[in-house]
Ligand binder design. Structure first.
Ligand code: ATP
Ligand code: MG
Length: 241
């Protein structure tokens, strides 16, 4: 097994256990939606540093919306979104790199770049988040081996199965051992043993101090890897006044 996390421990500023209180996430009185349709109205939630929590709820209840708020690409209409001490709600678009350095994201739709290989899809965001990192290819290769894709590093996404693309997205999110991992249905398209492997990786990351927030419908994962849940109710579409 590649020693990604051991290697990370030697990279200054990353890989150290989180002991300084950072890694917390909070939404305070958040109202957000798309156009006039509100998904959350005056919604608040806190996640402590180093916690592992699931976001559960029926399709359309706002799991992806919540994660998108946390990674800074959706702005609330009102309220505060704090991630690792950063007021995400007030960041300018050009400042979202601040979030990228702290947060790893597994998107529900993977969002791989189609013209880049699996390895390049992991290396590029790693370099953007940590320009001073030495030998990012080694980190990226380790991360891809950890998700069982050591033999697919040079493949383009359209030559990979859905589950393999999902695993590239997981490798990309964990490659820099983020302080906070946001994962949207990361086991939605893989078989049981592969789900288990992804969950073991997340547990290892969490064991080193990273906060993990994971949206899932996966009953097998929820029963096999129990953790506190943030339960979202179905939202009747509300029109903002
Ligand atoms: N880009 C968008 N534009 C307009 N409405 C959107 C957009 N994204 C989501 N919505 C709406 O917001 C609500 C919450 O969607 P969201 O994707 O957050 O749900 P979800 O809980 O992640 O669902 P799923 O389990 O199907 O992934 C839904 O009613 C959806 O139609
Ligand atoms: Mg979703």
């Amino acid at each position: 097994m590649p020693d990604l996390f051991g290697r990370l421990a030697s990279f200054a500023g990353v890989g150290k256990p989180v002991t300084d209180g950072r890694g917390a996430v909070s939404l305070h009185n958040v109202t957000v939606g798309y156009g006039g349709n509100l998904v959350f109205s005056h919604f608040s939630v806190d996640v402590d540093p180093g916690q592992f929590v699931y976001i559960v709820g029926p399709s359309g209840s706002g799991k992806t919306t919540l994660l998108t708020l946390l990674q800074g690409s959706l702005r609330p209409q009102s309220g505060k979104v704090m991630v690792d001490g950063i007021p995400v709600h007030s960041l300018h678009r050009w400042q979202t790199g601040v979030i990228r350095r702290r947060v790893g994201c597994v998107f529900q739709s993977y969002e791989l770049l189609g013209h880049l290989t699996a390895l390049q899809n992991v290396v590029l965001p790693l370099q953007l988040a940590h320009p001073r990192i030495r030998n990012p290819r080694a980190y990226a290769t380790d991360a891809l081996e950890l998700v069982g894709l050591g033999d697919k590093v040079d493949e383009l996404p359209d030559r990979l199965s859905g589950g393999q693309q999902q695993r590239v997205a997981v490798a990309r999110a964990i490659a820099h051992q983020p302080r906070i991992l946001l994962a949207d249905e990361p086991t939605g398209n893989v078989d049981g043993p592969t789900s288990g492997g992804i969950m073991e990786l997340f547990a290892e990351l969490n064991g080193m101090g990273s906060t993990v927030i994971m949206a899932t419908h996966d009953e097998w994962v929820l029963s096999r890897y129990p953790a506190p849940t943030i339960r979202l109710e179905p939202v009747p579409m509300r029109v903002a006044s």
